[in-house]
Design a protein around this ligand. Structure first.
Ligand SMILES: Nc1ncnc2c1ncn2[C@@H]1O[C@H](COP(=O)(O)OP(=O)(O)OP(=O)(O)O)[C@@H](O)[C@H]1O
Ligand SMILES: [Mg+2]
Length: 252
């Protein structure tokens, strides 16, 4: 199967300063591909460059079509959903209003959203600003899933969430990824281990590693060298997350 997204020699600048340089990777048409890297290395900039939100050069091919010269609205219409780092929901509007405003297509996929996020349906009348961080993240994901996107870019959905909520968001993403391929920026190694087949590691604006997620995460030396995380820490965190994810409800 051809990749859904091909990024070749992509460079981008913010306020004239280079933020990524010569980024090359592909995203398979199914499953989750994770983008990893330390803070400030250019993960968000990579997503923004793909979406045409910052000045970029290089080649981006989405489902066989070059999109690197296109405006963001055109890219969105082609079917790339973007869930930004800071979960842009309208705080003063209700959950139901947030969802309605996101509907782009003639036939929004309300059934899918209701099936994946029953809690949001129950909270339809609640102002989004009063939701917890995890619930806002779910709403943000739901807004992207309402439309018939052929790729989702999701930036650090678990950032700042409590461990139990991280597991819930990971579960929602796992379900979502059965319907649409996902390019996921994520720093939480257990979440990557659970969701991602492939990884792209960025450092100082450049790709320093691509490969299978499992192969990277079981290589303690590589994890330490590429991500600055001690693998034993990663293993401990991974074991904790697996325990939390598999423990009966009362034990969490
Ligand atoms: N609005 C901005 N103005 C100037 N520089 C910026 C801006 N946004 C990002 N940068 C710079 O671009 C580089 C890459 O930032 P980016 O946000 O892409 O990194 P990141 O990997 O997503 O980081 P994080 O892990 O903190 O989310 C950083 O050096 C950052 O300081
Ligand atoms: Mg970022």
């Amino acid at each position: 199967m051809s990749p859904i997204l091909e990024v070749e020699h992509l460079s981008a600048t913010i306020a004239g300063q280079p933020v990524i340089e010569d980024i090359t990777f592909t995203v398979p048409a199914t499953g989750v591909t994770a983008v990893l890297g330390r803070n400030g290395v250019g993960k968000t900039s990579t997503m923004k460059a793909v979406m045409g939100l910052i000045a970029r050069s290089g080649k981006v091919v989405f489902d066989g079509v070059r999109i690197d010269r296109e405006d963001t609205h055109r890219i969105v219409r082609r079917g790339i959903g973007y869930v930004p780092e800071d979960r842009e929901v309208f705080g003063s509007l209700t959950v139901a209003e947030n969802l309605r405003l996101a509907e782009r297509d003639a036939r929004p996929r309300r059934d899918l959203v209701e099936q994946l996020f029953p809690d949001l349906v129950r909270r339809g009348g609640q102002r989004a600003g009063t939701l917890s961080g995890g619930q806002q993240q779910m709403l943000s994901l739901a807004r992207a899933l309402l439309n018939d996107n052929r790729l989702l870019l999701v930036d650090e959905p678990t950032k700042g969430l409590a461990p139990k909520i991280v597991t819930e968001v990971a579960e929602a993403l796992e379900e979502a990824a059965r319907t649409v391929p996902v390019l996921l920026v994520e720093q939480n190694l257990p979440v990557i281990e659970r969701l991602a087949a492939d990884v792209v590691v960025i450092d100082s604006g450049r790709v320093v590693h691509t490969g299978q997620a499992g192969a990277l995460l079981t290589d303690a030396e590589a994890v330490h060298r590429l991500l600055g995380v001690h693998a034993d820490t990663a293993d401990t965190v991974a074991a904790d997350a697996v325990a939390a994810a598999t423990a009966p409800e009362g034990a969490k």
